[in-house]
Design a protein around this ligand. Structure first.
Ligand code: 0WD
Length: 255
């Protein structure tokens, strides 16, 4: 197994124990990494602190970071710089769209809803990369989470699919930009997983059922599978990979 001992990673987007970010946290913790957590708002602070206390490692830094605020992001990474000095990577596990935009006709998407989804789910990767970059003094690896709805039309995913397409292209531009600093930028395209966010997608259960019936591996993706792939992308084993979207989806994308 891969060891990430003495490496430090920032994990953004743990909301509760079902969060994909939490699957990544458990895999990184098992690999011996030091972890720093950021959460969106006070609403999540207690649950994140309680969860982090259950990990093997002693990960003390748990910070608020609302990615819609430039000041919040700057402040958060300044705090990390003061305490940790350098970091080796970052997991971006953040997305949001209004529930009413995740069902019905795509042509009914509002301007506000469109901009909000793109602001939180896509632009955030760029601003976070900007402030994380100076902390990755020995190179680094940035991992974002995406979904096949950013490549193809999926039922009810609507504006979030358009935001994921924008996120995936941001991964490529960021990879081209940050490669000269030995910072790699990749995305994991996860199969559907039942979480707080996916609850917002109308008729999510039939999407899960379709994967079980049709995906090459005939089963749904687990947060552990995504977490273990993240460990690979954070480790030296993946040193030749950047600007890539890696599907961890039981092979559903080949259909
Ligand atoms: O089926 C799924 N669940 C899939 C999810 C399949 C493929 C990809 N993904 C993606 C999501 O689009 C997202 O990018 O995985 C990522 C994580 O999503 P999740 O684990 O499904 O959902 P959830 O547990 O609700 O986490 C989303 C996070 C929350 O955590 P925190 O603790 O940070 O609040 O995104 C957060 C949300 O609150 N978030 C924000 N974080 C910072 N600033 C903001 C914000 N303004 N808004 C939402």
């Amino acid at each position: 197994s891969i060891s990430l001992k003495d490496k430090t990673y920032v994990i953004m987007g743990v909301a509760n124990k079902r969060s994909i970010a939490w699957g990544i946290a458990r895999s990184l913790d098992a690999a011996g990494a030091n972890l720093i957590f950021t959460y969106a708002g006070e609403r999540f602070e207690k649950s994140v602190r309680d969860l982090v206390a259950t990990l093997d490692g002693n990960h003390e830094q748990i910070l608020p970071c609302d990615v819609t605020s430039d000041e919040d992001v700057e402040k958060c990474f300044n705090t990390i710089k003061e305490s940790a000095g350098k970091i080796d990577g970052l997991a971006h596990c953040i997305a949001f769209a209004k529930t009413e935009e995740l069902s019905g006709d795509f042509s009914d998407t509002s301007r506000d809803g469109f901009l909000l989804a793109h602001n939180i789910s896509s632009y955030s990767l760029t601003i976070v990369s900007k402030y994380a970059k100076p902390l990755m003094t020995e190179g680094g690896s940035i991992v974002a989470l995406t979904y096949i709805g950013g490549e193809r039309v999926m039922p009810n995913y609507n504006v979030m699919g358009v935001a994921k397409a924008s996120l995936e292209m941001s991964v490529r531009y960021l990879a081209a930009d940050l490669g000269k600093h030995d910072i790699r930028v990749n995305a994991i395209s996860s199969g559907p997983i039942r979480t707080l966010s996916s609850k917002g997608v109308s008729d999510f259960n039939s999407i899960l059922r379709e994967i079980e019936e049709k995906a090459p591996l005939r089963r749904n993706t687990t947060p552990e599978e995504v977490g273990d792939t993240a460990v690979f992308l954070f480790s030296n084993m993946s040193r030749g990979i950047t600007g890539e979207v890696l599907h961890v989806d039981s092979g559903y994308h080949v259909l």
